[in-house]
Design a protein around this ligand. Structure first.
Ligand code: NDP
Ligand code: HSE
Length: 431
């Protein structure tokens, strides 16, 4: 029986899951491929570290080049993370005509178009199902299943750590630090968890989705990105009072002349599917021009869900190599530089929470400054009252408005003497 030789870069949370799945389903995979998948070499940082799987010590190396330059390498699997040396390793393998499977959304957001181009030129595959949505088959759906349609918009909960932290804070009253530590202990967070909680991981994933959904090559540094650190328990409480849940969303829309991409927390109506995606679950909702709505949901992080996606890619890539069709996974991905819409031009509804002094005229000034800029109010509440100068919270939701007008109104409001702090601005979305 033919052997498919796999070189593994990294054997941490995801790599460990990959090794385990390849062991557990070995017979099934042999029957499917008519070939044996053999892990031929594994690069790690520390050979003597305890792992979630056992590996023959003879396969371990700390030199990534031993894996990348290995004789007879069929598939390179990169699950180290980070930009370097992942970029150099993947590039070198593709240039040798070796197909690559990676879970590295940061690298794809940064260098994806270039790597895809090399893969195409060398008739190699570059597969990255695990890069978005962990175990959910998202990439396949955008790349293959929707090749026959035009995606008009998408909205996703694409960071498991953020969703887990928000859920633990809301449902269990956990502090931000406790909830994040729990997500890290479960293997959901990035090695640098600020990538998760400050929204950058979701922005990387959105850029990857935009490549497939809109054929757009965009600079991830220009995607408006907000994380979840600024949310306070009081915002969850007000959101619930108005009938919403707060979710961290990645939103993409093809406006024709421009692409709208943005990442931020948002209020989502409690009865909608995305509002009920909790814990480490992820979901991507999209609207196809011909298809209409589609919702994909499942576990977005963790060793085994992610390994399911990586191993599915290994099988696809191996199949392509064995059948002489290597390179077919990247052939349909066509990219062009497309302009990004400015955040100022975004049109949506808003939740605004103003910490203000409790005195006459505050409400009329708030509504007046918003009204002058065409912002119409839907509901408004004031929480409690205060006669000692301490802030009270005035919260309102608006009808659809343009972000630029909201920002101008807030600047005018925050310069008033009754204003006792920054306004909490959350967008209200209908994914
Ligand atoms: P880990 O930190 O758990 O594992 C990284 C592995 O890479 C470790 O085995 C580490 O070695 C090895 N490694 C790192 N740098 C080097 C280097 N320079 N040379 C050799 N080996 C190196 O990360 P994860 O498994 O969580 O994540 C891996 C990738 O998968 C990242 O790109 C991440 O974004 C992505 N991903 C992660 C998901 C998750 O749920 N965790 C989900 C989806 C994608 P050692 O073990 O010796 O430290
Ligand atoms: N840190 C990422 C998350 C892993 O929490 O979603 C999955 O990509």
């Amino acid at each position: 029986m033919r052997t498919v030789r796999v070189g593994l870069l990294g054997c941490g949370i995801v790599g460990g899951g990959v090794v385990e799945l390849l062991k557990q389903h070995r017979a099934d995979f042999e029957a499917r491929l008519g070939a044996t998948i053999e892990i031929a070499k594994v690069a790690v940082r520390k050979e003597d570290k305890e792992r979630i799987t056992t590996i023959d010590p003879a396969l371990l190396t700390t030199d990534v080049n031993e894996v990348v330059q290995m004789e007879g390498l069929d598939v390179l699997v990169e699950v180290m993370g980070g930009l370097h040396p992942a970029y150099e390793c993947i590039k070198a393998a593709l240039e040798r005509g070796v197909s690559v499977v990676t879970a590295n959304k940061m690298l794809l957001a940064e260098r994806g178009p270039e790597l895809l181009e090399i893969a195409r030129a060398k008739s190699a595959d570059l597969a990255f199902e695990a890069a978005v949505g962990g175990g959910i088959p998202v990439i396949r759906v955008f790349r293959d299943s929707l090749a026959s349609d035009h995606v008009e918009k998408l909205a996703g909960i694409v960071n498991g750590t953020c969703n887990f932290v928000l859920t633990r804070m809301r449902d269990d009253g956990a502090s931000f630090a406790e909830a994040l530590a729990d997500a890290q202990a479960r293997g959901y967070a990035e090695a640098d968890p600020t990538l998760d909680v400050d929204g950058h991981d979701a922005a990387h994933k959105l850029v990857v989705l935009a490549m497939l959904a809109f054929g757009a090559e965009v600079d991830h540094a220009h995607v408006p990105t907000e994380g979840i650190r600024g949310l306070e328990p009081i915002d969850h409480a007000f959101a619930a009072r108005f009938g919403y849940a707060i979710k961290h969303l990645a939103i993409g829309r093809d406006r024709g002349d421009e692409i709208e991409l943005r990442v931020h927390p948002a209020l989502v109506r409690r009865e909608t599917p995305l509002a009920n995606v909790s814990g480490v679950l992820n979901a991507v909702a999209l609207e196809g021009r011909a298809l209409g709505p589609l919702l994909l949901s499942g576990r977005g992080a963790g060793a085994f869900p992610t390994a399911v996606s990586v191993v599915a890619d290994i099988l696809d890539v191996a199949q392509g190599r064995l059948s002489g069709h290597q390179g077919s996974l990247v052939r349909g991905i066509r990219l062009a530089k497309r302009p990004l819409a400015s955040m100022d031009s975004v049109r949506t509804r808003y939740y605004l929470r103003f910490p203000v002094r409790d005195e006459p005229g505050v409400l009329s000034t708030l509504t007046g400054k918003l009204g002058e800029r065409g912002v119409s109010i839907e509901q408004m509440v004031q929480d409690g009252h205060s006669d000692d100068g301490k802030p009270v919270q005035v919260v309102l939701t608006t009808h659809e408005a343009v972000e630029k007008n909201i920002r101008e109104a807030l600047a005018a409001i925050e310069s008033q003497s009754f204003s006792l702090g920054k306004t909490q601005v959350l967008r209200i979305e209908q994914p």
